[in-house]
Design a protein around this ligand. Structure first.
Ligand code: TYC
Length: 118
């Protein structure tokens, strides 16, 4: 779909070609219609067994949080049961969830992580 930008022409017939084929008037720009991608929240769940240090290392390594941010998110999840690691486009969010689940599996921790549409 093509969408014409605000028409900047001064008046009627300004963009019409002359009989001799020459062109007059102000060119109007066209832009392809784009859509904002829907965003997805990556959620971390609390459990009784995953070590706190493992969770903070996940938040730093996969979600690029600082040590302070990672500790705050981890403690919030620990206290409230769930928490947000970040909000991303679908492919990025899906990849991060897979990375968390893979790391948890490798470390033999029951840590759970899911996606939620914003
Ligand atoms: N509750 C865990 C403990 O006490 C720590 C923990 C925090 C686990 C956050 C998972 O998403 C989590 N060791």
């Amino acid at each position: 779909m093509i969408d014409r930008l605000t028409d900047l022409r001064a008046g009627p017939d300004q963009d019409k070609d002359s009989e001799d084929g020459s062109e007059r008037g102000v060119a109007t720009k066209v832009r392809p219609k784009t859509k904002k991608p829907s965003m997805w929240r990556v959620i971390l769940m609390n459990d009784d067994y995953t070590p706190m240090e493992f969770v903070t290392s996940i938040l730093m390594g996969i979600f690029k949080k600082t040590s302070e941010e990672a500790t705050a998110i981890m403690l919030s999840v620990h206290q409230k049961g769930v928490g947000t690691c970040g909000v991303y486009t679908f492919e990025v969010a899906e990849t991060k969830v897979a990375q968390v689940m893979d790391a948890a599996k490798r470390g033999q921790h029951p840590l759970q992580c899911t996606l939620e549409k914003e």
